[in-house]
Ligand binder design. Structure first.
Ligand SMILES: [Zn+2]
Length: 313
């Protein structure tokens, strides 16, 4: 089966200003590295599309969506917090980022590909219902989970978030939903402050949130242990109909924004483990989206490792 890859120069037009770590150069260098690999020609390339507002509204308040649109259009340079820098293009680029995941979801559900990676920006997993946070405007992976449930009647969606920062927005979107299992590995304590071990979901969603907080300085061994002891058993119990990955690469030892010490190869075995779960429980359906990752070389190499393994399906 094939692997999809979505990238487009439009994602470079979201400008965050001089000195901001979430810059378009992240994608330029990663795309360049990926296209130089032999396996690149095996990938199915797709174009992004705009997410329809009705799908954005499954996660975000209409008033917030309007506020993002008007803030960008009127030339504001930030939304809600100084780390969310925007330019006039940012709203349209954010619709394309979310739409890329919907396109990927369609390709996977139509059987065109078994899995895929959307290399988009801005990232999404910190975006809350009505607040921009942590470089994020719209929570693309959360929107894709709702899309799969509502358009394709998939019952159980598993989201694995291995970005080094806890995906507060995604957790909050689904903490009461027993049909979306949110699992996160992240440095803790660290930005954004959420993601403690005791955060396990609320109400009917109790038990379908799993946080694996990691102390600064931990690395590959600790991640292997978390997969073996917690993440893989929880995935087997949940029996997902699709697996989504919030693939940030800022837990790499070279990353300037955090202190977890994963190697490039770590992203290969984590990808393999989730592919084997997808093969076993959901016909290989696995959809991955770029979140963070701020060392250009480490990001390019780690993305390449992730997509290389995906393409061996
Ligand atoms: Zn991050």
């Amino acid at each position: 089966m094939k692997t999809a890859y979505i990238y487009d120069p439009i994602f470079l037009t979201h400008e965050t200003g001089i000195g901001h770590p979430e810059t378009s150069h992240r994608l330029v260098s990663a795309h360049s590295h990926l296209t130089s690999q032999d396996f690149y020609k095996k990938l199915n390339l797709f174009n992004p599309r705009d997410a329809e507002i009705k799908w954005i509204q499954t996660i975000h308040q209409p008033g917030y969506i309007e506020r993002v649109k008007s803030s960008c259009e009127t030339g504001m340079n930030m939304i809600d917090t100084p780390d969310v820098q925007v330019c006039p293009e940012s709203y349209n680029v954010s619709l394309k980022a979310a739409g890329s995941l919907l396109e990927l979801a369609d390709q996977v559900m139509h059987g065109e590909v078994s899995n895929g990676f959307a290399m988009v920006r801005p990232p999404g997993h910190h975006a809350e219902n009505s607040t921009a946070m942590g470089f994020c405007l719209f929570n693309s992976i959360a929107i894709a989970a709702r899309y799969l449930q509502q358009k394709y009647d998939l019952k159980r969606i598993l989201i694995l978030d291995w970005d080094v920062h806890h995906g507060n927005g995604t957790q909050h979107a689904f903490e009461e939903d027993p049909n979306v299992f949110y699992i996160s590995l992240h440095q803790y304590p660290h930005y954004p402050g959420t993601g403690a071990l005791y955060e396990t979901g609320t109400g009917k969603g109790e038990g379908t949130t799993l946080n694996c907080p990691m102390n600064a300085g931990l690395g590959d061994d600790a991640y292997r242990e978390a997969f073996k002891d917690k993440i893989l058993p929880a995935t087997r119990n949940f029996n997902p109909d699709a697996i989504l990955i919030s693939a940030g690469f800022d837990a790499h030892r070279a990353d300037p924004l955090a202190s977890i010490r994963l190697d490039t190869e770590s992203y290969g075995w984590m990808t393999e483990e989730m592919m084997s779960m997808a093969d076993k429980y959901c016909e290989g359906r696995l959809i991955s989206v770029l979140e963070g990752g701020y060392d250009f070389n480490a990001l390019a190499e780690s993305i390449t490792e992730h997509v290389r393994v995906l393409s061996q399906s």
